[in-house]
Design a protein around this ligand. Sequence first.
Ligand SMILES: Cc1cc2nc3c(=O)[nH]c(=O)nc-3n(C[C@H](O)[C@H](O)[C@H](O)COP(=O)(O)OP(=O)(O)OC[C@H]3O[C@@H](n4cnc5c(N)ncnc54)[C@H](O)[C@@H]3O)c2cc1C
Length: 400
Amino acid sequence: MTIAAEAETGRDEDRVAGLVERLLDEHPPSSTDKREFLGAQFDAGLAWIHFDEGHGGLGLNPGLQKIVQERLAKAGAPHPYPRNPIGYGMGAPTVFTHGSEEQRDRYLRPLFTGEEVWCQLFSEPGAGSDVASLATRAVRDGDEWVVNGQKVWTTLAHLARFGMLVARTDPSQPKHKGMTYFVVDMHDPGVEVRPLRQITGEAEFNEVYFTDVRIPDAERLGDIGEGWRVSLTTLMNERVSIGGSVPGRGSGLIGMVVQAWKDLGHDDPARRDDLMRLWTRAEALRLTNWRASQNRRLGTPGPEGSIGKLGMADLNKELTAFWVDLQGAAGMLYGSYEMSRPATAMSFDNAQKAFLRCRANSIEGGTSEVMRNILGERILGLPGDVRTDRELPWSEVPRS
Ligand SMILES: Cc1cc2nc3c(=O)[nH]c(=O)nc-3n(C[C@H](O)[C@H](O)[C@H](O)COP(=O)(O)OP(=O)(O)OC[C@H]3O[C@@H](n4cnc5c(N)ncnc54)[C@H](O)[C@@H]3O)c2cc1C
């Protein structure tokens, strides 16, 4: 880095730190309503620091977001992620990157404050890992599109105001070329949301049926037929959103496990070795994610996001199994299996629920096998997976 660039970065850091202090002075988190605080954070350009001014950002290097997050966490400020994980982690970068000025103005602020929850309508019964083979149809009718089809595993669709929908608009094109991306109003009478119950007993995700749902063409994100390109922005951000967080050292899941170790009074040296190994892996993953976030100058993550996602899925499974083991026989008790509709996704406050919920980490946001394929092909340069349907028109690909 040149001296001039370093000085520039230093000035930006000071500016960001000053803005955060001002936000905290004018809106003390302990006495300010959550939404009001998040609205003020957005207006100060501290929501996503690399977004434009007026759209929740300051047009600065995304690496500086860490200054905001660390200071706000220390001050006990609210975070938008728990209420709106899909909107905050994936919807916002997709709208910012591909949306029109009107869409950015309309969607970003209420998404950040949590007034409007978003969901991701990609997966279908016949299209999960190979999401580009999806079959939900959108047919143009004047200034609108008419959508029919079914999505599945849609996290928080029961709370969502808007959904990120990818639909097939030209079946005569090969699968990656005939899709288009839309923002869909989840309150449309043609949208039906049905709960899907998970191993935890909760129904955090859903099936979603579309029957003659009309979407104005102005709610398209990106060009017609460019749905795959737009989807990649969502998917790359999804991996980082799920597996790329950089919490403080020793916090998050590893912090909960260490706390349980202390609370339960364990001191056996063999188990301590196991705990240390897990702690070291958690720290290595945290630092890897930190490095990736520092390198991400332009904001849109690349294949490096798959490293964090893969590492986190394996580690969380082992951490939660260890946490349950620490409980001894009590680890087999599970409270209630009554079905409930949670207001957040991926949350847990005890070992048993964490153990069950984390089984899904190697499936959601792209499976671990698919992450390994991406790393093999795009980072290590290994030969590609076998893809026989890549050039065929989607309508001619055999499917069950
Ligand atoms: C908790 C949870 C929340 C989710 N939330 C959402 C959501 O909000 N929105 C949404 O759209 N989707 C969501 N999903 C769906 C998720 O993205 C898919 O489940 C995932 O992409 C896998 O697709 P699939 O379930 O159809 O499995 P499949 O794609 O059928 O895969 C089955 C098995 O085959 C393996 N496999 C598939 N292809 C390959 C390959 N090329 N090479 C090697 N192995 C392969 C997979 O790894 C897997 O083990 C969620 C899933 C979960 C578990």
